[in-house]
Design a protein around this ligand. Structure first.
Ligand SMILES: *Cc1c(COP(=O)(O)O)cnc(C)c1O
Length: 376
């Protein structure tokens, strides 16, 4: 089979290492592996296999359709649907044994009706907005919504969760405020809550940076894939304690050419050579998530050395200046993200060039390119 010259490589040992490291940090709390966005660009089903093998207690997805794929692939762990719920999807929640994360009481009548129809009940979790300021019922509304859930036939309240808006910032007071609001709600309800209720709040930032956020379950996403939510922490840790980036993005040289000093390069001639220059052309561009904003800004690895992207990145072509390298040839491997030899281009570096966060880089590269899975 003929495939694109651009390829995203996913390291299964890196995914496994991250899951194991996070499980140790989670201690007695179960780990809900967040595999939404096709595993943050790493491939949901392949990642779920690795995470399940390394002890994931549950999976988290955004929409019902993703949960259905997990079930059809044979996963038996609890699957939480964190967004994208409408009454028309309620039968599928039952059919595929998915756990809805409710945000208010609007779905209760549909859930109860379907429970009666199917002759069985469904477990649900409730998401409260304890300071995130997005999805979920406010802390004020929560006691009433909880009461309504508990009074609904065929619906069982199994857990309560919240989400942190700023757990990537270690010195922000926000995380402790959200944690306090969430804890106060749970304490105030005390005996009224069902026994064995599952409480969870920690995303990667909560788990990595804030004590006391583990409760019964944690929900890491970005860290499973080897990136830190603040984009920094990894550098300060010893290699053994560090998460390992699982994604590499590689391309190949398709042409090498010499141009004189003073040559305008590519669309808009936004770069003019200041010397006799050897260029290598790569068959990658914004179509593949290597966005135009990286023009004249990014670096890539060729022969284990950093070289700059010059000129405008176009739909399917990018140019790099390889004047300082010896003998680059068509077919040579080029690394856009990840390691080559002793050098590495990190996801955080690319995110900084793009004015975004590592999450977005992973989703872009991973979900727009052919993936290959490596066992190292
Ligand atoms: C995506 C998501 C997470 C995971 O967040 P990371 O920062 O990637 O660890 C956790 N909880 C909820 C509700 C989410 O939507």
């Amino acid at each position: 089979m003929i495939e694109s010259l651009n390829r995203v490589e996913i390291s299964r040992p890196a995914l496994r290492h991250n899951m194991q490291l996070l499980r140790r940090m989670a201690r007695n709390a179960g780990v809900m592996a967040m595999v939404k966005a096709d595993g943050y660009g790493h491939g949901m089903l392949e990642c779920a296999r690795v995470f399940a093998g390394a002890g994931a207690a549950a999976f988290g997805v955004a929409e019902v359709v993703e949960g259905v794929s997990l079930r059809q692939a044979g996963f038996s762990q609890p699957v939480f649907v964190l967004a994208g719920l409408l009454p028309e999807l309620v039968p599928s929640l039952f059919d595929f044994d998915l756990t809805p994360v409710l945000v208010d009481d609007t779905l209760l009548s549909s859930l109860s009706r379907e429970a009666r129809r199917q002759g069985r009940s469904i477990s649900v979790h409730l998401k409260v907005d304890a300071g995130m300021g997005r999805q979920g019922c406010t802390l004020d509304q929560a006691p009433l919504v909880i009461r309504r859930i508990m009074d609904t036939a065929g619906v069982q309240l199994q857990g309560i969760l919240a989400h942190f808006p700023m757990a990537d910032e270690r010195d922000s007071a926000s995380t402790m405020d959200v944690l306090a609001g969430f804890s106060a709600l749970v304490e105030s309800l005390g005996d009224q809550l069902p026994d064995g209720l599952c409480l969870h709040i920690a995303n990667s930032g909560g788990l990595l940076y804030f004590a006391g956020t583990r409760f019964d379950m944690v929900r890491p996403g970005i860290s499973l894939y080897g990136c830190y939510p603040d984009g920094l922490t990894g550098r300060k840790l010893a290699v053994g304690e560090r998460l390992r980036p699982a994604m590499r993005f590689v391309s190949r040289v398709i042409q090498v050419k010499e141009v004189p000093a003073g040559s305008g390069l590519g669309y808009g001639h936004i770069y003019t050579t200041g010397r006799q220059t050897r260029l290598a052309l790569l068959p990658v561009g914004y179509e593949d998530g290597y966005l135009r904003v990286l023009s004249n800004r990014a670096e890539v690895l060729v022969h284990g050395r950093r070289v700059p992207v010059v000129g405008r990145i176009s739909m399917n072509l990018t140019m790099v200046d390889v004047t300082d390298l010896q003998e680059v040839r068509p077919g040579d491997e080029v690394v856009l993200l990840g390691r080559q030899g002793a050098e590495e281009i990190s996801c955080d570096e690319i995110a900084a060039w793009m004015g975004t966060i590592n999450y977005e880089v992973l989703c872009l590269f991973g979900n727009l390119n052919r993936r290959a899975y490596l066992d190292d």
